[in-house]
Write a protein that binds this ligand. Structure first.
Ligand SMILES: Nc1ncnc2c1ncn2[C@@H]1O[C@H](COP(=O)(O)OP(=O)(O)OP(=O)(O)O)[C@@H](O)[C@H]1O
Ligand SMILES: [Mg+2]
Length: 301
């Protein structure tokens, strides 16, 4: 286990409480890459049940590759990945299928199939995994579409007819199609305006709480990190260089973390307010914080 993770245990669960957290994803000594290019160089990571984990790192550090490798969509060179306690390399096709049904994914690119309507997109995972009558599939898809705050008439629209924010919501509806326990979101707020991004954060936070989701969220969005993430894992040099609540990131002496969290675009930080906001579900004022240029919660209160 790397030095960065040697203190990575229940104490770091922070707002999750003092009991030993249930680990939903366990990655150990992961090595992965393409040809001569090694992207993951012995990476360790735990994701706890019921948390929103924000995954940060410079562009090209391997956040999307890590996501796909955990999902078993990209091969690894060595190391161990467990999802819901199972090593995906060792499970049968049937077991993989049943694990896959418990997972929802919103990919960074190609969020929706352009030739399918929103409703049909939401039904793709249902068709793959469930044997539903068309009527039930329609009813379920409409429920998901409503759940993510889309107007019902969006159901029959094609992706080209939607705004960026609506596409994100539709992609979220598809990720939730099978009532997953674990959701992977790759840059869910990228490309949204500050209000749209704040609303989407609020949606993620609300869904996480009401559905009891575990969320693995890759993001560059500092506001998302402050507003909905229980913990953050920072990737650099092919490893998780720090993992813990935002306070851990702010206290880190690592040059990338210092530049990211204390650089020009970073906000002023009030530790007390962050802890309160994350668990009180008081995300409504975040839009203001964003509109104030991320001025900080000490200013937003
Ligand atoms: N299919 C692939 N074949 C070869 N190289 C790849 C492939 N997918 C990703 N890479 C390389 O792996 C590295 C990590 O890519 P990845 O997409 O995971 O970065 P990222 O951290 O998600 O970046 P961003 O923040 O820009 O989304 C990059 O150097 C990329 O060029
Ligand atoms: Mg990426």
């Amino acid at each position: 286990m790397s030095e960065a993770l040697s203190t990575f245990g229940p104490a770091d669960a922070g707002v999750l409480g003092s009991a030993a957290p249930d680990v939903v994803i366990r990655v150990r000594d992961l090595v992965a890459g393409f040809g001569d290019k090694i992207i993951m160089k012995g990476l360790d990571l735990d994701v706890y049940r019921g948390e929103v984990l924000g995954v940060v790192g410079g562009s090209g550090t391997g956040k999307s590759v890590l996501t796909r490798t955990i999902l078993g969509l990209l091969p690894k060179r060595s190391g161990r990945i467990e999802v819901f306690g199972a090593d995906l390399d060792e499970v049968s096709e049937r077991e993989y299928d049943s694990i896959e049904r418990r997972i929802g994914v919103m990919f960074q690119q190609g969020a929706l199939f352009s030739g399918l309507t929103v409703k049909q997109n939401v039904q793709v995972p249902m068709r793959e995994h469930l044997d539903l009558s068309p009527r039930l599939a329609d009813e379920l898809a409409m429920l998901k579409i409503e759940l993510v705050g889309l107007a019902l008439d969006a159901a029959d629209k094609y992706p080209s007819e939607l705004s960026g924010g609506m596409i994100k919501r539709a992609a979220m509806a598809r990720a939730l199609a099978l009532d997953p326990e674990l959701v992977f979101l790759d840059e869910p707020t990228s490309g949204l305006d500050p209000i749209g991004a704040a609303e989407f954060d609020e949606l993620i936070g609300t869904l996480q709480k009401t559905l009891g989701l575990t969320v693995f969220m890759v993001t560059h969005d500092l506001d998302s990190l402050y507003s909905i993430c229980d913990r953050i894992a920072a990737l650099a040099e092919g490893k998780v260089i720090a993992a813990g609540p935002i306070e851990t990131m702010l206290a880190s002496g690592h040059p990338w973390l210092k530049a990211y969290f204390h650089g020009k675009r970073a906000r002023q930080f009030d530790p007390e307010n962050v802890a309160c906001r994350a668990k009180a579900g008081a995300t409504g004022h975040l839009g203001e914080a964003r509109l104030n240029g991320g001025a900080g919660f000490d200013n937003a209160s």
